[in-house]
Design a protein around this ligand. Structure first.
Ligand code: CDP
Ligand code: CDP
Length: 241
């Protein structure tokens, strides 16, 4: 942040921002949520926003081949509402709160295709930056440090071996970790990572000034401890947590 308080993200950011980016199932959401809780600040799950638009388009029966032509007005008419809460954000579709609907296989398989549409990214950019107007934030996703909050006070890039990430996903869903299941899940994760890394707008990549943390051999607690320690070590009056 500059001494005038202005940032490249706009003049009205309030409080420090920590970004957590990385590939699918690297631990972003669980880490960011716990870091935010321990620091007593808010959490922004940006993936949930992309998922909410995907869910709404599927719910309204808009054919996938038309998604590439979507414009701001079309997105507005989907009636996906993003509201600030004490912990972060709440997402509704036509006034109905969205939660587990966002993480179905149907949404997961299609979300990266929607995330490559530049009108979608611009529409969500404003909403993500609005979240930082309500105070300090841990923001996680794919382009939090590179595009949405380029002036963030601390940038983390989480990575983990593909097979370990596949196992974590299976464990999370309470499914067997047999070799076929691990292979199929790893293929799904790798496909989504490739789509996210190769799109022309805001591709998944580590920001130059981000700290990479390999979580393959770490427990969730260990990686949270490291990030909380880094956050507490921030200096400068703008960045006190
Ligand atoms: O939790 P998981 O890593 O499986 O995915 P997510 O964070 O919920 O994100 C779902 C998808 O949204 C990603 O695969 C990206 O295509 C897109 N996304 C994005 O493009 N930019 C972000 N900042 C966050 C998510
Ligand atoms: O948000 P992202 O897709 O990057 O990952 P996540 O949903 O936070 O993490 C995927 C799963 O891995 C969750 O069930 C975490 O609790 C778990 N995890 C783990 O088992 N070991 C770690 N060191 C980090 C996360």
């Amino acid at each position: 942040m500059t001494s005038s308080g202005r940032t490249r993200e706009g003049p009205s950011r309030r409080g420090p921002v920590i970004t957590v980016d990385g590939p699918a199932a690297s631990g972003k959401s669980s880490t960011a949520r716990e870091v935010a809780r321990r620091l007593g600040i808010r959490h922004l799950d940006s993936g949930a926003l992309y998922r909410a638009l995907t869910y709404a388009l599927l719910d309204e029966g808009v054919p996938q081949e038309e998604w590439v032509e979507l414009e701001a007005d079309d997105l507005e008419s989907l009636q996906v509402q993003v509201e600030p809460t004490e912990e972060g954000i709440r997402i509704r579709h036509r006034d109905r709160p969205l939660d587990s609907e966002l993480r179905t296989a149907r949404v997961t398989a299609r979300v990266s295709s929607l995330a490559s549409v530049s009108a979608v990214r611009s529409w969500l950019l404003r909403r993500q930056r609005e979240a930082a107007r309500h105070g300090a934030l841990v923001a996680e996703g794919r382009d939090m440090g590179s595009v949405v909050f380029p002036d963030a006070d601390l940038k983390i890039f989480l990575v983990a071996d593909l097979e370990e990430r596949a196992r974590r996903r299976l464990r999370e869903r309470g499914e067997e970790e047999g070799p076929d299941a691990v292979r199929d899940e790893a293929l799904r994760l790798a496909r989504r990572d490739r789509d996210d890394e190769t799109r022309s707008v805001a591709p998944l990549r580590k920001a130059e000034d981000a700290v990479e943390v390999d979580t393959t051999g770490l427990t969730l607690d260990e990686q949270v401890d490291r990030i909380v320690a880094m956050a507490r070590g921030l200096t400068g009056s703008d960045a006190q947590i």
